[in-house]
Design a protein around this ligand. Sequence first.
Ligand SMILES: Nc1nc2c(ncn2[C@@H]2O[C@H](COP(=O)(O)OP(=O)(O)OP(=O)(O)O)[C@@H](O)[C@H]2O)c(=O)[nH]1
Length: 330
Amino acid sequence: MRVPVTVLTGFLGAGKTTLLNRLLRTPDFAGAAVLVNEFGEIGIDHLLVERLTEEVALLEGGCLCCMVRGDLVRALEDLAARIAAGTPVRRVVIETTGLADPAPILQTLMTDRRVLRGFALDGVATLVDAVAGAATLDAQSEAMAQVAVADWLVLTKTDIAAPGVAAALTARLRALNPGAPLFEAASVPAAALLDAANISAGGRAVAVAAQPAPQAGRHDRSIESFTLTFDAPLPWQGVSAWLGMLALTRGESLLRVKGLLNIAGEDSPVVVHGVQHVFHPPAMLAAWPQGHDRKSRLVFVLRNLPREVVEQGLSAFIAATDEKTIMEVR
Ligand SMILES: Nc1nc2c(ncn2[C@@H]2O[C@H](COP(=O)(O)OP(=O)(O)OP(=O)(O)O)[C@@H](O)[C@H]2O)c(=O)[nH]1
């Protein structure tokens, strides 16, 4: 019996980790091992996948489509050894980085003999953000590729999208990939994302075969990713004001920001997410992940926006609110 593998893909911030956390709570995905592939110097997603499963591994292949294949094979071989030694794993879920064409991962899963010994690709769920999706499809070819290879399309954030926007996007997705059933993230039953072989394996094989082989260094040079780390607790006002403003004024360049923050006066970490023009409501985790150094980390993925602009603005806002706090205390 080979272990089925589900691939969750979708552009930066589409809602992959959110859906993954929901799926892991269902009986259909119980006993799943999770592999997370991140774009960025330091991933934090593996900290955000709730500890519903013991088996969470981070694939840190910075240059995703070029490096990830070796890492993926190694991670799956590792997992196969642990399964052979008695670890019960019923399914594997791979959360791909939002900034990559998933074809190399699928090629690996469908053709690598070492992988095929223990695992079988079940299906690819592609998440599309109802708010940012249309702009993303216009600007990023990776997003098109993600939609093209989907066995299932899942529309997220329909709850905050303007009326009519989701309907227009749905029509576009149907045209791009007519074979894939389309669901809304809020209501898709976990069982609907199983056994893709029953629906559209033919379509996927064609889409994957049509992809050019990945080459090192072909990534969009206008995109930059970096992580800022802060030792001292941060003032919430300063950080949130700056991130909110950045999303508002430079949303088209702010492909993604996410952070796990140590906020002054809070015992638990605060998680922040920005996706293009949307700065999502912050969430508080129940506690710091075990072994975490409690430093704040903010990961940015920017397009056509110099890193210095973000760093200087953030420092200025932090300094301004720190002073204000001090003045108020006096
Ligand atoms: N309102 C709303 N917010 C959502 C929905 N799905 C996800 N979000 C929010 O969108 C933000 C990004 O969600 P994630 O699940 O981290 O997105 P992701 O695709 O894993 O992000 P990357 O791994 O960085 O590509 C978070 O603040 C989520 O709470 C949705 O259906 N509705």
